[in-house]
Design a protein around this ligand. Structure first.
Ligand code: ZN
Length: 285
């Protein structure tokens, strides 16, 4: 019987596909190997279910996007959980993630934990002009609404409270939290498979075991595309005096003027400059 479904996880050549009839263990057809196509968690697939025989994945729908680490496809949004207090977050790390997400057509969502009003205000000010949702980890209803019917990747630095947040949203998950369980978790997650969980009517990929904030490094953008990965730059692009303007302090640069006028946050602009420098340093001679 043919069914449509979504791959929740793949382990050792077996894929767990959720269909309208439930979750089924499936094998990928041999043709995918010839096509060098590996099914990923998040893939929308057609499967054939057979009574007493091996179920197969017959086709994989074209992907909206795919990440390498964690290996997952069709991610709609990246939830970046950031501790507003200790450990002190680095805006550059956040902005690198948002740029990488933009490049993959993944919407960034910022969620601040351990917040006090003063520290949160600083962050809200930085991201005010990006259009990204900026939420507190206590805004559970808003977060649930954002997760609904979407596939979300969750990332955040150690101690930012990803597991605490997931447990608050979905107590059935019973994810271990705190220092001791993080130590245990390191051993438990060594298989590095990606798995999608149902949370608040959406699918969420648990990034435990992936060095979360570093895991997207391989996806770093090229210097010339960076301007398009900062949505708040968009109204000013194409308006600089020089068509080749890199917005690094050139005469008649509209982006630089917008930074001075407070229409683009200084912190975000500094991240742009730093990302651009990193990208240039990586270019071949
Ligand atoms: Zn410019």
């Amino acid at each position: 019987m043919e069914q449509q479904g979504v791959i929740l996880k793949g382990i050792g050549g077996f894929y767990y596909v959720e269909t309208a009839l439930g979750v089924f263990e499936c094998r990928a057809k041999g043709k995918f190997r010839k096509e060098r196509l590996t099914p990923l968690a998040g893939d929308h697939v057609t499967v054939t279910l057979r009574e007493g025989q091996e179920n197969t994945i017959d086709s994989i729908s074209p992907r909206k996007n795919a990440l390498g680490r964690p290996p997952v496809a069709n991610v709609d949004q990246l939830l970046i959980v950031v501790s507003a207090a200790k450990p002190v977050p680095n805006p550059f790390v956040i902005d690198k993630l948002t740029a990488i997400a933009e490049r993959k057509h993944i919407h960034p969502v910022l969620i601040f934990s351990k917040s006090d009003l003063a520290s949160v205000e600083t962050w809200v000010n930085i991201y005010r002009t990006t259009g990204y949702p900026v939420l507190l980890n206590t805004d559970l209803d808003e977060i649930r609404a954002i997760l609904k019917d979407k596939c979300s990747a969750l990332t955040g630095n150690t101690g930012a409270g990803k597991s605490t947040l997931l447990n608050a949203l979905c107590p059935e998950l019973e994810l271990p939290t705190g220092e001791i369980s993080e130590k245990l978790g390191r051993g438990r997650h060594t298989t590095r498979h990606a798995e999608l969980f149902h949370v608040a009517d959406g699918l969420v990929i648990d990034t435990a075991g992936f060095s979360s904030l570093d895991s997207l490094k391989e996806e770093t953008p090229a210097p010339e595309e960076l301007e398009t990965l900062f949505p708040e730059f968009e109204p000013f692009l194409g308006q600089c005096r020089f068509t080749t303007c890199a917005h690094t302090g050139e005469k008649g640069c509209r982006v630089c003027e917008a930074v001075k006028a407070g229409e683009i946050s200084e912190s975000r602009y500094q991240s742009y400059l730093q990302l651009r420098q990193e990208a240039k340093d990586r270019l071949p001679w």
